[in-house]
Design a protein around this ligand. Sequence first.
Ligand code: C2O
Ligand code: CU
Ligand code: CU
Length: 462
Amino acid sequence: MKRRSLIKNSAAAIIASSLPRFTLAMASADKSSGPHYDYILTAEVATAHLADGGDSEIFGFNGQFPAPVIRAKQGRPLRVKFVNKLNEASTIHWHGIRIDIAMDGVPYLTQPPVPAGGSFIYEFTCPDAGTFWYHPHMNSVEQLGKGLVGALIVEERDLPDYHDVIIGLKDWRLNPDGSYLPLSLPREAARAGTLGTLATVNGKQKPVIEVPAGERLRLRFLNLDNTRVYNLSLRDKNTKVIAIDGSPIAEPYPLEVHPTGAGMRLDAGLISPSEAGVEIPIYDMKGRFGIEICRLKTVPSAKTKAAKTGIPALPANPIPAPQLAEAETLSFVFEWAGAMSPSSKDGQVDHNFWLINRRAWSDHSHQHLPEPLATLSLGKSYIFDLHNATPHHHPIHLHGLIFTVLESDKRSLTPYHTDTILLEKNERAKIAFVADNPGRWMFHCHVIEHMQTGLMGYITIA
Ligand code: C2O
Ligand code: CU
Ligand code: CU
């Protein structure tokens, strides 16, 4: 059995997502001889054509952008060999996967950093199907900002009748000639974060993505950007939200505008028009009209099939239901530190702008582990009372668990599962989960500059 070569994944294959299914499952079954991996991911310096005026030096998984799409099968083991060909240490984190702590990819907290020239084998089983992603958890402003971000698709045991379309969103801090602008500006890091200057979808500016006509489409949006919130909309009445951040919605509802913060995902279902050549713009709603980020264009469908109708719900994932009556409530306050107080550690300037429960933990001090933000008892239910006491939004992410959003003081909501909650300014929200996964789990803002300037911590489940 040959391991699947990722080098062959052209951007078109990623866009159309017409990868053969089941290859992975078959490959996984082969444990008979020698080292075997479903995928090999190499982090390396590469060249990409992103800006009109010239090439850019990126960090690419397998030297490419978009990064290879990893496809796993729900409930089956996945084995990925990570080879670090960068000149600095790195790791891979599997965002949204309820994973074994040893495979979570956080340096010092869950594994030693993978040194330059080193490698590490990640092997785990994904209990949940859905749209997830992967990225390093070191020097993240630069490593993610320069391109080490990719989609991890976990296929349902029984594949739902949808045609997959991956829409990976990422901005770049580039000059028109393709050279980099500073990836982070302290005055922006202390506010909403430093926005990119060049927007890409699957590595292209405003691409036209071909989709089969008359098909039921599953648009898998992934916000792979360090900073930006996309207010995703198709400005129609027929597209429905079928999953948020990987987790299926029990009853799909019309997609009006879905605010999608850094690290978050959205799966939307729609039936494409039956005629070829129809274009469907997709917007980031800013103000009344929004800006178009890309468009879909129907092409004749290869096979003739019965007309598709309806947008069925995806099968639920096996997320344990928290016992709210017995749950213990813990409070977390996210605050602005108030002052710019750069401190120098390890020869690096370390700005701390943000606090969780009055504490800051920033990237440069990663090797000095602080105390956990909280210690939870294995198997118990918890409610986290989250309070964003800042004038900026923060996509707050918890590793290793999927939680339920119960309520917010800013909007009425039907409780839903997620791994990241976008808190708007001054918002209070309650989330709940069963602490059933033992380990030390990062709890941080996914605006990468916020994370690296204090807005991170971890909880221990034991
Ligand atoms: Cu995308 Cu610490 O996570
Ligand atoms: Cu994560
Ligand atoms: Cu933040």
